[in-house]
Ligand binder design. Structure first.
Ligand SMILES: [Zn+2]
Length: 192
């Protein structure tokens, strides 16, 4: 009697990728894509400058790329997009405003900081050093990008109300007209 043939092992279920520990080289090699939604309240550093608008969420996505280069070893790229909504104070009317932040950037990753600094100066690319153990914290990177997307001086495109005028200011335009009798008195004093 032959032993029952074991069912072929099913391929190991691919582990869900942790965006806080993204294996960058593998992600690039497999042209990986990843996207998700986080509560904006989780982005504490962003929230310190720009609190989330209500129960705003951060929508984000990332794509890996292994870019072939003629005569050189292929490059490791990561493309990141994110958007969310934050509360700001308009610097013109001092009223509250809800602002949509959009971030989008492509990063090229190289071996170490030294090479990253050199290439960042030499080229137009945004160059970063590969993180330790090759694991990237995408949460942190997305938060950095949204912080960079904050306007230096937030302002409504059109303020909702006209600027308040100071109340009870005397109307300086209303100057008393010259008194004709005064002018006459001056004439009368003139000796003949
Ligand atoms: Zn305003």
């Amino acid at each position: 009697m032959s032993a029952p043939v074991p069912a072929p092992a099913s391929p190991p279920a691919s582990r869900p990728v942790d965006p806080r520990q993204l294996s960058l080289l593998r992600f690039a090699e497999t042209t990986g894509t990843l996207s998700g939604v986080w509560p904006a309240a989780d982005l504490v550093r962003l929230g310190a400058d720009a609190p989330p608008a209500g129960a705003a969420e951060v929508h984000w996505s990332a794509q890996g790329e292994r870019r072939a280069v003629a005569g050189d070893s292929p490059q490791t790229w990561l493309h990141v997009q994110a958007h969310t909504e934050v509360e700001q104070v308009c610097q013109r009317c001092l009223g509250p405003m809800t602002l949509r932040l959009d971030a989008q950037r492509s990063f090229r990753f190289v071996r170490d900081e030294e090479e990253a600094t050199r290439l960042d100066e030499e080229s137009e690319d945004d160059v970063l050093a590969l993180p330790k153990r090759g694991l990237l914290d995408l949460h942190e990177l997305v938060e950095d990008e949204l912080i960079l997307a904050l306007p230096i001086v937030p302002r409504h495109e059109t303020c909702p109300q006209p600027l308040p005028l100071p109340a009870n200011e005397p109307d300086e335009e209303e100057v008393a007209p010259p008194n004709p009798f005064q002018a006459l008195a001056v004439l009368k004093r003139k000796p003949n």
